[in-house]
Design a binder for this molecule. Structure first.
Ligand code: G1P
Ligand code: ZN
Length: 543
């Protein structure tokens, strides 16, 4: 088969964000756009000839076409083998699992995570390294640099590879192995959790509902919850992956997972509800009429890890992203293990896990995971909860309230202002930077400012420094306001405000978070001049 060098010119917008390159489908479908980025990846990773790659995506619109292009380019670039999920499907955690299990050189994941799909939606691509985790910044920066000077890419002329049947075929000199996307992952889950205890729980009248949001976790959830754990088939809803996610927004939160939320807050609600996102790495956990914040979830998993077979030997440490609440820090202190605070994005956890410094990691953005792989993992978090529920035989709400009673409650909320003009968003951030100095020690309402800064992080393993990771205003009572611009959006800017206060008093634990945080919310809006500068009088999404 003929290897061709195709002449191309750079696009100037191929800078990977928080999690790979995400753009509108129309942008990715432009001639040479995907090819340029893929060649830039290959140019930056120094794979030896004959190396193996894992490849799969969340099934969104353009997934199949992109897989065929990447396979032809991988062959032309000298890869020896590509493990691709059947139908081009692999969840993000499953790719991480496959990379590790088969010790591939790396992997390519096609997903724009929780962003909507379909011809008018988003598409995305990211590269993961041999540890199974997202490429660190030094690689993503090299990819961006390569994309700015690319002049040609390599591809072979060949017919499409049949992706729907398991087994090997040849593409030029390269072997394409179509693998079962679910099996390896399900086996890994079975090795970590007490499936027998969960099966017993589910056969004893404990009812669960899992919302796959018409995204990639449908087949995984069916295999694990229904086939292996014996849950009734209707426990998994929206289980059919669709290229446009059924027109929905595959983000597991109280706003977008509304079908699940209605079921859990309605009459005759199940005991436990959960959802995952487009590519299967996020999770939302609900009890009957009860929402567990992702920050609390991380802390509760850590505090109960001794009940779970895969974690009974103890936790090395915990890591959380900076905007995530400090609930996990309190558990770490009680367990006498370190707690690391990293910038937003899973890529910062990889080094800590590889160095054996942390076992559990989490982000407030519905991401939780452990060192079993190097990505956050939606179904893993759901199984961890089910394992705890099976061991403790209490309701979700009771477990959370007992946790708060023991550790205190880190009241938490995030307010997102989506799709605001870039200038207005940058103006807000500039203003905050300019005013820093004035606020040190200032009294804002009932709160006294302890510190203000722009978060920067020095990786304790490789010493790399990441600056400009979000404006933090910390108060003397432990409350916090954080402002950050999203690095995953594709339209306009998204400004996130993270709000947190600490409540040790059990008598106040019943308060609604928005109520408890009302004064901090007011302060955040006032000091940022957000309403004046953006014309928005309320957030788009509150979590
Ligand atoms: C968002 C989340 C972040 C997460 C990322 C990828 O990034 O806030 O925690 O790691 O998606 O799922 P952001 O849009 O804030 O840059
Ligand atoms: Zn995701």
């Amino acid at each position: 088969m003929q290897v061709r060098s195709v002449a191309t010119t750079p696009f100037n917008d191929q800078k990977p964000g928080t999690s790979g390159l995400r753009k509108r489908v129309q942008v990715f479908c432009q001639a040479h756009y995907l090819e340029n980025f893929v060649q830039s990846i290959f140019a930056s990773i120094a794979a030896p000839p004959g190396a193996t790659l894992a490849l799969g995506g969340d099934g969104r619109y353009y997934n199949r076409e992109a897989i065929q292009i990447i396979l032809r380019m991988a062959s032309a670039n000298g890869f020896g083998r590509v493990l691709v999920g059947r139908g081009g499907i692999l969840s993000t955690p499953a790719v991480s699992c496959v990379i590790r299990k088969y010790q591939t050189y790396g992997g390519i994941i096609l997903s724009a995570s929780h962003n909507p799909g379909g011809p008018d939606g988003d598409f995305g691509i990211k590269y993961n390294t041999a540890n199974g985790g997202p490429a660190p910044e030094k690689i993503t920066e090299a990819v961006y640099a390569a994309s700015k000077k690319i002049a040609q890419y390599r591809i072979i002329d060949a017919p499409d590879v049949a992706l729907d049947n398991l087994g090997d075929s040849k593409l030029g000199d390269m072997i394409v192995s179509v693998i079962d996307p679910v099996g390896d992952y399900a086996e890994l889950m079975e090795s970590l959790f007490d499936f027998a205890a969960i099966r017993k729980l589910l056969s004893g009248g404990f009812r669960i509902k899992f919302d796959a949001m018409h995204a990639v976790t449908g087949p995984y959830a069916r295999e694990i919850f229904v086939n292996r754990l014996g849950a009734p088939p209707d426990s998994v809803i929206n289980a059919e992956p669709l290229a446009d996610f059924g027109g929905g927004h595959p983000d597991p939160n109280l706003t977008y997972a509304h079908e699940l939320v209605e079921a859990l807050y309605g009459a005759n609600a199940p005991d436990f509800g959960a959802a995952s996102d487009g590519d299967g790495d996020r999770n939302m956990i609900l009890g009957r009429q009860f929402f567990v914040t992702p920050s609390d979830s991380l802390a509760i998993l850590a505090a109960n890890a001794h009940l779970v077979p895969g974690y009974q030997q103890g936790l090395a440490g915990i890591a959380r992203s900076m905007p995530t609440s400090a609930a996990a820090d309190r558990v770490a202190a009680a367990l006498d293990i370190p707690c690391y605070e990293t910038p937003t994005g899973w890529k910062f956890f990889g080094n800590l896990m590889d160095a054996g410094k942390v076992t559990l990691c989490g982000e407030e953005s519905f991401g939780t995971g452990s060192d079993h792989i190097r990505e956050k993992d939606g179904l893993w978090a759901v199984l961890f909860w089910l394992n705890i529920l099976a061991a403790r035989k209490q309701s979700v709400e009771t477990i959370v309230r007992e946790h708060w009673a023991r550790f205190g409650r880190n009241v938490y909320s995030r307010h997102d202002y989506e799709g605001i003009p870039g200038d207005a968003a940058n103006g807000v951030m500039r203003l905050l930077h300019e005013r820093f100095g004035e606020w040190q020690g200032a009294q804002l309402g009932n709160y006294r400012v302890l510190f203000c800064d722009d978060f920067s992080y020095t990786d304790p393993v490789d010493g790399s420094v990441s600056t400009g990771q979000g404006v933090r205003i910390g108060f003397t009572d432990g409350s916090r306001i954080v402002f950050r611009l999203s690095g995953t959006g594709t339209e306009g800017a998204t400004l996130r405000i993270y709000l947190e206060s600490f409540e040790p008093d059990v008598a106040k634990h019943h308060l609604d978070a928005q109520e408890a945080l009302a004064e901090l919310i007011g302060i955040a809006l006032e000091i940022s001049e957000l309403r004046e500068r953006t014309g928005r009088d309320r957030p788009t999404v509150v979590t």
